[in-house]
Design a protein around this ligand. Structure first.
Ligand code: VTB
Ligand code: MG
Ligand code: MG
Length: 334
């Protein structure tokens, strides 16, 4: 007697892909981790890219990289528009966003917080964004809709958030990338009484921190970072809840033209999570160096250990997967 599968085939496949994407970020993380602390950002990035591409090409998908490292045709990076997966008819058509090594400097200096990360969604549902800067504001779940407004002064957003949390503004912590371009923003935040937590890199993880303020101490992310990192963070928040508003910084003709050729008609459009990730998605990140979100890769005798967070928006399930990899020969290929 045959058993009936009550899960629709598309969803079943998506469940299977949840573990498959973990393999992808694990392998990228292990490859990058071998170069932790070597001061070689490009080398570590390249190692992560190569491993990620190899694993993606084993997956039962017809994938297109829509968020990647740029479109330089012969670049060794995973470039926007690149086709990945086991081939035509190998599986569902999917859009893929990657940052094989998010925080190359963190990895090169062996500082906390570098990760290998990717997101996957049904074909045509992830924002196709060029690799430009993006203005971002994000908070975690549990707040009234549109509590934050990317166009409001930072002090207004902080006040509204403090009121919603039921704390004085001094009870709000704002995560900001430590960059000269943020000097004015930081001064305005501090003037409200709120605290600023600075990070040198890694705003995908930074935005994710907002989703769990009780444990991370971070309530809100503000500032300008990479657009690829923005879309990846939006995919994570789509799974765990939260609010995010973003605007691409298309400050030159060539950037505007490039964006237009990718289907972006309004260069000033404010993207909410649902505009960047239009349907269900999967998100995964594996720690490269130790960080507050994930432990880094550990090379032990006879075993390589990784820690990965994988999320699925259709159910909102968040899994932390600690893996002991024992068949080490496979990693020597990397
Ligand atoms: C951020 C940060 C990244 O790029 O997105 C940043 O989160 C933006 O660019 O880790 P700048 O470094 O030019 O400010 C990274 O630092 C690297 O991808
Ligand atoms: Mg990055
Ligand atoms: Mg990167």
């Amino acid at each position: 007697m045959s058993t009936t599968i009550s899960v629709p085939p598309q969803l079943l496949l998506e469940r299977i892909l949840t573990l498959e994407i973990v393999r992808v970020t694990e392998r990228a993380a292990v490859s990058a981790a071998r170069l932790r602390g070597h001061g070689n950002e490009k080398g570590a990035d390249q190692a992560a890219v190569d491993a990620m591409r190899r694993e993606l090409n084993k997956m039962p998908i017809e994938g297109t990289i829509v968020i990647g490292e740029g479109e330089r045709d012969e670049a060794p990076m995973l470039f926007i528009g690149e086709k990945v997966g086991a081939g035509i008819n190998a599986g569902p058509k999917v859009d893929i966003a990657v940052d094989p090594l998010e925080g190359t400097t963190l990895c090169a200096k062996n500082m906390p917080g570098s990760i290998a990360t990717m997101a996957m969604a049904e074909g045509g549902t992830l924002l196709h964004a060029p690799d430009v800067y993006m203005q971002k504001i994000a908070i975690g779940p549990g707040y009234e809709k549109n509590l934050i407004d990317i166009d409001a002064p930072p002090e207004d957003n902080i006040l509204r958030l403090a009121q919603a949390k039921g704390v004085p503004t001094s009870g709000v912590t704002v995560l900001v990338l430590d960059r000269p371009r943020h000097a004015e923003l930081i001064a305005k935040i501090r003037a409200t009484g709120a605290g600023v937590q600075l990070i040198t890199d890694g705003d995908v993880a930074g935005v994710i921190h907002c989703a769990d303020p009780d444990n991370t101490g971070v309530d809100i992310y503000m500032g300008t970072g990479g657009a690829p990192e923005g879309v990846l963070a939006a995919a994570a928040l789509r799974c765990i809840g939260g609010q995010m508003q973003c605007r691409l910084l298309l400050d030159t003709h060539s950037k505007r033209n490039r964006a237009e050729s990718m289907g972006i008609e309004d260069p000033n459009f404010v993207y909410q999570i649902e505009d960047m990730v239009k349907g269900d998605c999967l998100f995964a990140a594996t720690g490269v160096t130790d960080g507050s979100l994930l432990s880094g890769v550990k090379f032990r005798k006879g075993v390589i250990q990784t820690e990965t967070v994988v999320m699925r928006s259709v159910t909102g399930t968040v899994r932390y997967i600690k893996a002991d990899h024992r068949q080490l020969e496979k990693f020597h290929l990397d």
